[in-house]
Design a protein. Sequence first.
Length: 410
Amino acid sequence: MKEPTIAKAASSQAAGVLRRVDQVLADQGPGAAVDVVISALDQAGEYRALLDALLLRARLDLGLPLIAAGSLADLPEPARTRFEERYIEAIRRVGERCLIAGDIPAAWTYLRTIGEEEPVARAIREYQPDDDDERAGAVVEVAFNHGVEPVRGFELLLERYGTCTAISAFEQAAPRDDQARLACVERLIERVHRDLVASLRADLASRGQAAPPDGAQVAELLAGREWLFADDSYHIDVSHLAAVVRFAVVVKRPQALALAVDLADYGRRLSPRLRYESPPPFQDTYSDHYAYLAALLGRDVDGAVVRFQAKLSDLEPGSDEAVFSAQTLVNLLVRVGRVGDAVEVAAAYLAGLPESALFCPNLAQLCEQAGMLPRLLEVARGRGDLVGYTAARLALGRGDSSARLSDPAV
């Protein structure tokens, strides 16, 4: 029974505005009459209609037909350019009004059309939704899926929809920007690590066990407590754990890497029934990732390098598994400062692969970084790579290496 009442009130308000339009039109002219409509729609928050009113005012000011007929492209110059300027101004005004009203998704629909992303990004960064905010999902869509402010969007995903949804979203649409992608992985690591520590402490408390002080690493919580894993027990969703440990190989910040090592350490203690297998070179998901991640922190680097070299040597050169494993090893070697060794791995397994197939530096980049351009020259000659050979010759020449270039053996 309320709907007719609301409709009647809206109709009454519109009627009042229309009477005002008629009066102002008679007293002050067309421009003032349109301004009445603009003001009324602005105050009522009817922003789609406000845009139409602003464009009507633009047509009036520019002496264009007030009833649009045809497309903007049909307008002659300079009228078309002037109307385009007014159109942009109108879009900007409506988008800004939507932001002031707190409607980020609506603002995005307008401001994206004129390429003005930053005001929306700023609003997303400042956005703190209430528990019952029905727009949160749409804000996440704009922030993360549309890439306007992906890190904040990912944080909102984690906060409101949980780890499972966040992992799925990341797997399906990880940000293209490297820094944003790394930040999202770090947020996942922090969330899963925090949840794991809380779960372990709760388990210890339920058994009457004293837990180490706050800030203790997972290894300290587990020390001497193998019984925590009895009967296939676990303290975190193991699918979440495995996914986050896999993502962690790209992380660079030592604090985040340390948390990831903690997670891998926990995983390798789980019952074998709960330890997922992965494709090479991480067949033993947790133990292999533990070795890799720990090496990135400077722990047993030699052991990790030998481990992943052995894994690569067991694979058929040229196979997808060998290509993936070689790139994984190259990234490890580069990050632990063994670029010369990375050159040899790339020369043996990755030479000739297109840039689009690589997630590690290519052979030329590695040779340049290691100061081994003669090695690049050698590989290019052996493969008959005309472009690579010429590039290496030119790079050596630019480096004032004429003595080496004059040697027929080079």
